[in-house]
Design a protein around this ligand. Structure first.
Ligand code: HPA
Length: 246
């Protein structure tokens, strides 16, 4: 028995496809999750939705209580998580408004509560994180994109920065040399916390803009909103196809 959750990021603070939604608040040992969970059905399959930045969108990336969110999802019986995230594109395929299913992560974040295994119980636990994303869920997303006639980049390395500021041009150039294809602020520690609890996790990244220094000018909020408008509509279509086949 599997249960699916979708974590929505900037530009996807609710799932309109969710039928008969009910809301559930969960208290956790780590404090409050970002919002109440919205539990409903898509194509008669139960889906649990969480707005990562809260509802209304008010929690910046570095203040999100990732531990509470992931703990609560497991508490609700979730086994599989699709995490939707707005990101910046770095390498040439990652054009604005396009979609990608990353397969690797480089973590540049700091000072975040990033583990359930903080030693408080007297144990030292190291999880394997060679492949940060669930290959089966990734394959499902790639197949769903094809069935919905949507182009996705089927691989990519997600560089996770601390935010909330965007990067400098030199930081993006360094990230590209490191091997990053896209840059976001919420992929970590979300992915590793899911792995710590044994939950399957994959990301659907939506390009909001070119990374800093990739175009002549500065990055504007207007371009981000415009690209997310198109990109998130495609992401919602892809998710419907994914759930239909889930
Ligand atoms: N950098 C980091 N996170 C982002 C960006 C970006 O350029 N765009 C959307 N989220």
């Amino acid at each position: 028995m599997t249960t699916l959750a979708i974590i929505g990021g900037t530009g996807l603070s609710q799932l309109t496809a969710l039928k008969n939604p009910r809301r559930e608040a969960v208290n956790t040992p780590y404090g409050n999750p970002s919002a109440e969970f919205v539990i409903g059905t898509i194509q008669n399959k139960e889906v649990i939705f969480l707005a990562r930045h809260g509802n209304p969108h008010a929690i910046p990336p570095h203040k999100i209580n990732y531990r509470a969110n992931i703990w609560a999802l497991q508490h609700l019986g979730v086994t599989d998580i699709i995490a939707v995230a707005a990101v910046g594109g770095i390498t040439s395929e990652m054009t604005p408004a396009s979609l990608a299913i990353p397969d690797q992560i480089i973590d540049y974040t700091y000072s975040r509560e990033h583990t359930f295994f903080d030693g408080a119980d007297g144990n030292v636990t190291h999880i394997d994180f060679t492949y940060p994303y669930c290959q089966k869920l990734r394959a499902g997303l790639i197949t769903a994109a094809a069935s919905a006639n949507l182009h996705v980049s089927p691989i990519g390395t997600y560089g996770c920065t601390q935010g909330p500021r965007l990067e400098t041009a030199a930081e993006i150039a360094r990230m590209e040399r490191d091997g990053c294809d896209l840059v976001g602020m919420t992929g970590m520690p979300e992915a590793s916390l899911a792995k710590e609890l044994g939950l399957n996790y994959a990301a659907l990244a939506v390009m909001a803009n070119w990374g800093a220094g990739k175009t002549a000018g500065e990055i504007t909020m207007a371009e981000i909103e415009e690209n997310l408008h198109h990109g998130m509509a495609n992401a919602a279509t892809l998710l419907q196809a994914f759930v239909a086949a889930y």
